[in-house]
Structures are given as C-alpha cells and as structure tokens.
Design a protein around this ligand. Sequence first.
Ligand code: GDP
Ligand code: MG
Length: 283
Amino acid sequence: LMGFVGFANLPNQVHRKSVRKGFQFTTMVVGESGLGKSTLINTLFNTTLYPPKESLPPSAERPTTVAIESISADIEENGVRLRLTVVDTPGFGDFVNNDESWKPIENRVNRQKIVDNRVHACLYFIQPTGHSLKPIDVEFMRQLHTRVNLIPIIAKADTLTDEEVADFKARILADIAYHNIHIFQAPTYENEDEEAIAEAEEIASKIPFAVVGSDKVVKTSDGREVRGRAYPWGVVEVDNEDHCDFVKLRQMLVRTYMEELREYTNDVLYENWRTEKLVGMGV
Ligand code: GDP
Ligand code: MG
C-alpha cells in the first residue's frame, strides 16, 4: 500500500511523540465533478476502491460520488502506525444550488472538529483550463480557508503542456494572492539541515501541485509497467516527477508536513473556529 513513504524516518521530536501513539491523518478532496477526485484517492491508496468504468456493464456508469464518504487504511512502516483517511465529496456541479454548495463541506469540516477527527488538509481541485481561477473556486476557497489547510491542485495535468502548467500555476498563485486566500504555507525553521531546507523549498515550488491520477498500469515504449495514462504520443507516468507533482504531493502529506498540518489544524484553525462560534453566541 502506497509503497514506501518514509513517515517512520522523520527525525524531529514532535514526530517521536506521534510515533508512540500512532498517527491519525485525514485529508479531504473538494472540487467540481469529473476533475478526478475519486481517481486520485484510488491512486493515493493504490487500489481500486471504486470500480473502473470499463469493467462495468455498458448500462452502468462509474458511480459519481453522491454523498460525503470516508475511506481509511492503516499503514505500518518500521513499526509506526498511520491511519490515513481520505474524505471524498460530491463535485459541486452535483448540487442543485451552487450558491450554497460549499455548506455541506464546511459543515463536515466543523463536525469533524467536534468528534476530534479533524480534517488536516483539503485538496482543492482546479480545472485545467489554463486560464485563471473561476468565481466558484474563489468562493469555495474563501469559505474554507480559515477552517482547513487548503492545498490547491491542478487536476488532470496531463491535458496541459509543461509550459501551460507553469503559466497556469503562476496565474493561480496571483489570483489566490489577489483574493487574500490563505493556502497552506510550509513553515521555515532555523537550524534545519541543508537537506531539509532543500526538500521544503522543492515542495513549496510545486504548489499548486499539478497531478495526474490513474488506476491503471500501462506499458511504456521502453517496456516498463507504470501507473499512468496512455496517449498516442506516449505515456504520462503518475509516479514520475518529471511528468507530474503526484509524488511531491504525497510526500508533503504523509511525510514532510504531516505534523505541521496536524498542528496548524489543532492550534490555529480550530481556535479560529471556536472564537468565531463564541463571538456568534455573543460571548
Ligand atoms: P470526480 O468526479 O472528481 O471524482 O472524478 P473521477 O475520479 O470520477 O474522474 C472523472 C473522469 O476523469 C474519469 O473518466 C477518469 O478516468 C478521468 N480522470 C481522472 N483523473 C484523471 C487525470 O489525471 N487525467 C485525465 N486525463 N483524466 C482523469
Ligand atoms: Mg467522485
């Protein structure tokens, strides 16, 4: 499951505390219908949780996600336990009224806090238009950014050229800054070793991550079997860092920043939410 991710090898002390207790880490995927959210969850867990369209009888369709559902897996690495949960949400194209469509998701984020099963990261899927953020994206992100660690993602990056991805990333970041949307920022520490600093900078430079999801193994022209998507001109490999940012995204979630995402969720976002609630109650 997921191959070797390396969360057991983190050297810092916060991590050691978690090692004893075992980790619980919850990610949520949000975005328009059809952008590959359910596929990316499959890719992350490396197993087919939803039956692929092709294997279904002609009358059947891949079930679109109609309700919020959670998928969990226990992963163990060098004696360290991680319970990874991904919350899948219906695309907001599926809601009747788009003005209010963020509400079930926001409610879910808040409800999770009450049962202390908080959402530590929200992967926000952006359509690969190559233009800029749509008004609905801005609205969604603004509703969510004070409540959850937002991590923007360019969906289906295989439909854009490298140059288009680079331009689109720059435009998305400019839009995010213009609308004062707070996305997850990798913290910087003093006294960090060079390797750790380089890893942090590398991850930061990829945001918004351009991802490709696939639940299929395909054959490359040089005969390798890889997870990817086949085109007449070649194969786009999910796990090849020259092809997309999937590996970096996974590394950020389950290795490099898992502790930071959990801490920020507990210390800042949860406190924001509590304060807002108390103010709302007139306290
Ligand atoms: P969801 O509605 O966001 O959950 O989207 P799905 O995961 O159900 O995917 C919708 C369609 O997009 C399916 O036909 C997938 O095979 C396809 N798809 C998913 N991920 C990718 C991707 O990275 N690139 C491309 N080109 N297609 C994708
Ligand atoms: Mg889905």
